[in-house]
Design a protein around this ligand. Structure first.
Ligand SMILES: Cc1cc2nc3c(=O)[nH]c(=O)nc-3n(C[C@H](O)[C@H](O)[C@H](O)COP(=O)(O)O)c2cc1C
Length: 219
């Protein structure tokens, strides 16, 4: 499956089968986390077979079931949430490529403050993991014109990047991002006001970079 097809196949999945993850999948995901944690200030941690967190009433609008595995998206307190969104989405799409479904959960971080015990670190979000009872569903999206700025006609690579960005998960599907194609061909990412909008922007930029092979700037 190519990267665009992988992105298209992903939807948030909140209801999972009551079945443990395969050891090979756990191992692959652990290795991925080890790799992502090489970045300074990033402290992702996988939690396996721990059903309690989501059995308590996590303040979330979505209904979750059988969440037994999750990733703590943690980092140094002063970390730019955009970086954690970017790397978290790298992890999430890798999980998707293995057939492991997921959902970003922002509100979990307010719920259980002792999930990350180190004083200088902070929990920015959680990503649930498991085999979904299905692959989730497509949802409404803004249009390309609503999230872009720049001189038209846009080149094909830019359109493809924006289409991949529109398929990115954002908190409450708010899609508060704006992608600008500048006259010099550089791409600029920014966001309007919104809860988790900066973390969302990192997620969106990861989608854009993946299909355009990093035509944007480094995060
Ligand atoms: C930063 C962030 C926080 C989120 N928080 C929650 C949440 O607390 N509860 C929930 O059910 N879904 C949450 N979601 C999932 C979004 O609702 C979902 O990504 C969005 O509706 C788009 O749907 P899709 O992921 O299927 O494309 C969150 C997503 C992101 C990116």
């Amino acid at each position: 499956m190519d990267d665009f097809a992988l992105i298209k196949s992903r939807h948030s999945v909140r209801i999972y089968k009551d079945r443990p993850l395969k050891e090979a999948h756990k191992k692959a995901l652990e290795e991925k986390v080890e790799d992502l944690n090489q970045r300074e200030g990033v402290h992702f941690r996988l939690v396996w077979e721990e059903p309690k967190l989501f059995k308590q009433r996590v303040p979330s609008y979505g209904q979750f079931k059988n969440v037994h595995n999750y990733l703590l998206v943690a980092g140094d307190k002063d970390m730019d949430p955009m970086v954690l969104g970017y790397l978290g989405e790298d992890f999430l799409l890798y999980a998707q490529s293995l057939g492991v479904n997921s959902c970003w959960v922002g509100m979990a971080r307010f719920f259980n403050k002792n999930l990350v015990q180190e004083k200088e670190q902070k929990l920015f979000a959680v990503i649930t993991l498991g085999y979904g009872i299905n692959g989730g569903n497509p949802r409404p999206s803004k249009s390309l014109d609503q999230v872009t700025q720049g001189k038209k006609p846009y080149p094909d690579w830019f359109i493809k990047g924006v289409e991949a960005s529109l398929l990115a998960p954002t908190a409450r599907n708010q899609q508060k991002f704006v992608i600008t194609l500048k006259d010099d061909g550089q791409v600029d990412f920014h966001h309007k006001r919104g809860f988790f909008a900066r973390l969302d922007l990192g997620i969106v930029k990861y989608h854009f970079d993946l299909v355009t092979k990093s035509k944007g700037d480094e995060v």
